[in-house]
Design a protein around this ligand. Structure first.
Ligand code: NAP
Length: 258
């Protein structure tokens, strides 16, 4: 039997790229032992190599979070190796489909709910009783500004992210008494690969609407996560924290004042 880890343990889902990789990088830099969950084994291996070279301690765990059995098997390995995590960051998620409500297929609907909602549920379901037993837990669920607002051609994504916000608030209400906090983070447009590939005209139109005139960075999201799992956030529980450069604070810059 391997010895249990003494450093605090964090799980980050969707760590193979984008925002999740930035969160894992920041938590590893802060001394967490970080379990990196995603399906892309090669990408996880590259991040492991990079973070290990920088002095971090990380553990790649290939796993489809929508599959409860796969999550159970991965968590069993994690628990044997590192013990119970203090931090769970449910970041993995899929975007799209950018269709009208009546054009969204059942398969698309099920796929998005499988990852964005059931995936979050699978990890929370496993972690909560264990965090309760140790009397401490910090859960951060990466929702989206679309978890608080709707949008044309975004119904399925918005529905999944509203579910994440509601689920997070309910966990906060139910498990706060056991030393566990759960918050949803609601980013606006973050400059990841997907946005970098967008048509320059689309990028420009988006930027027009964002008061700070830029996209957010994965590192800024990682900074917010770091606050939510850090020593000054114990009284922040059940929040849906918006970080969108002011996008949702106004109706539209092009509406006439009267
Ligand atoms: P991304 O670059 O597409 O990365 C998504 C991550 O989720 C990848 O690591 C992917 O890894 C993982 N993933 C997807 N399906 C999975 C599954 N079934 N099982 C395990 N892992 C899975 O996305 P991102 O832009 O970094 O977004 C991260 C989170 O932030 C998402 O929840 C997204 O909805 C949210 N968000 C993003 C933005 C934005 O502007 N980028 C804004 C608001 C909210 P594998 O492919 O290796 O499995």
């Amino acid at each position: 039997m391997e010895t249990q880890s003494k450093a605090p343990v964090a799980i980050v889902t969707g760590a193979s790229r984008g925002i999740g990789a930035a969160i894992a990088t920041e938590l590893a830099r802060q001394g967490f032992e970080v379990a990196l969950l995603a399906r892309d084994v090669a990408a996880l291996g590259r991040l492991e190599e990079q973070l290990t070279r920088a002095g971090g301690r990380v553990w790649p765990l290939a796993c489809d979070i929508a599959d409860e059995r796969a999550v159970g098997a991965a968590m069993e390995r994690l628990e044997a190796k590192l013990g119970v995590p203090r931090v769970l960051v449910n970041n993995a998620g899929v975007g799209g489909p950018f269709h009208r409500v009546d054009e969204v297929s059942t398969a698309e609907w099920d796929q998005l709910f499988g990852v964005n909602v059931t995936g979050v549920r699978n990890l929370c379901h496993w972690a909560l009783p264990r965090m309760k037993a140790q009397g401490y837990g910090r859960i951060v669920n990466i929702a989206s500004i679309m978890g608080l607002f709707g949008g044309a051609q975004s119904s399925t994504y918005a529905a999944t992210k509203h579910a994440v916000v509601g689920y997070s608030k309910s966990i906060a209400a139910e498990w706060g008494a056991y030393g566990i906090t759960c918050n949803a983070l609601c980013p606006g447009y973050i400059d990841t690969e997907m946005l970098a590939k967008a048509d320059p005209a689309v990028r420009a139109r988006l930027l027009e609407r964002i008061p700070v005139k830029r996209f957010g960075t994965p590192e800024e999201v990682a900074g917010m996560v770091s606050f939510l799992v850090g020593p000054f956030s114990g009284y922040v529980n059940g929040s849906a924290l918006v970080m969108d450069g002011g996008l949702s604070a106004h109706l539209a810059s092009d509406l006439p004042a009267f």
